[in-house]
Design a protein around this ligand. Structure first.
Ligand SMILES: O=C(O)c1ccccc1NCC(=O)[C@H](O)[C@H](O)COP(=O)(O)O
Length: 206
C-alpha cells in the first residue's frame, strides 16, 4: 500500500494549494496559540475553502477547551481531528469526527497499551518527545522503539525531511509520514521544492 503524506502547519493558502498540486494526501492546521504555526479561524477557513476535493484537512489541538474545538468545527471544513495534549479517549471521541491521537515517544512508551486505550482512533501519530514542546519540533526519535505488530494505522512524525523519508518508509513501514519543519523555509512557511521532494521520495520508497 502507498505510504500517505501529511504535511502539517500551513498558514498560507498558496502553500496549501501548492501541496495539493504536488499530491499531498492531508494538510494539518494548527489551532494552538503557543505554536509559531498557529492559524486563526478566518485563515483556516480560507485555506480549507481553497483546497480541491480529496485532500483531507486535519485540525490540530493541544488540550483545547471543547467549546473552541466545536467552534472551529462549525466554521472550518475539517475532516479529521488531531490531539497533541493529554486528551482522554472520551474527550477525543466527543466531537463525532475521526481523530488521530499524537503520542510523544519516550523510552517507556507502551504502544500496545495506547492502541487499546485509543482503540477507536483513525490513527496514532508517533512524534518525538521534547520537554516543553508539543509538536513541530524538527526532532526525531528512535524508530526501533516502534513495534512491528500494530493494530492501528501508524503515522510517523518527528524530524522527517526529504533526506530521511525513504529510510523512514523502508524501516518503519508506516501508514503515513507526517512532516512540518523539514519542508519549511521558515516556521509556518512551506518550501515548494522541499514539499515536492518529500512527496516524490515517499512515493518512490513505497
Ligand atoms: O507544528 C507545530 O508547531 C505544533 C505545535 C503543537 C502541537 C503540534 C504541532 N505540530 C504537529 C505535527 O503534526 C507536526 O507535523 C509533527 O509534530 C512533526 O513536526 P516536525 O518534527 O517539525 O516535522
Amino acid at each position: 500500500m502507498r505510504t500517505r503524506v501529511k504535511i502539517c502547519g500551513f498558514t498560507r493558502v498558496e502553500d496549501a494549494l501548492q501541496a495539493a498540486h504536488l499530491g499531498v494526501d492531508a494538510i494539518g492546521l494548527v489551532f494552538y496559540p503557543a505554536s509559531p504555526r498557529n492559524v486563526s479561524v478566518p485563515q483556516a477557513v480560507a485555506i480549507a475553502r481553497a483546497l480541491p476535493a480529496f485532500v483531507t484537512v486535519v485540525g490540530l489541538f493541544v488540550d483545547a477547551e471543547p467549546f473552541f474545538v466545536h467552534e472551529v468545527l462549525r466554521q472550518v471544513n475539517i475532516d479529521c481531528l488531531q490531539f497533541h495534549g493529554n486528551e482522554t479517549p472520551e474527550a477525543c471521541r466527543g466531537y463525532a469526527k475521526p481523530y488521530i491521537k499524537a503520542i510523544r515517544m519516550q523510552a517507556d512508551t507502551d504502544l500496545a497499551v495506547l492502541e487499546r486505550h485509543y482503540a477507536d482512533a483513525a490513527g496514532l501519530l508517533l512524534d518525538a518527545y521534547h520537554p516543553g514542546m508539543q509538536g513541530g519540533t524538527g526532532s526525531g526519535f528512535d524508530w526501533e522503539t516502534i513495534p512491528v505488530e500494530r493494530k492501528l494505522p501508524i503515522i510517523l512524525a518527528g524530524g522527517l525531511s526529504p533526506e530521511n523519508a525513504a529510510l523512514a518508509v523502508q524501516r518503519v513501514r508506516p501508514y503515513a509520514l507526517d512532516v512540518s519543519s523539514g519542508v519549511e523555509s521558515a516556521k509556518g512557511i512551506k518550501d515548494a521544492a522541499k514539499m515536492a521532494a518529500f512527496i516524490r521520495i515517499t512515493n518512490q520508497a513505497t
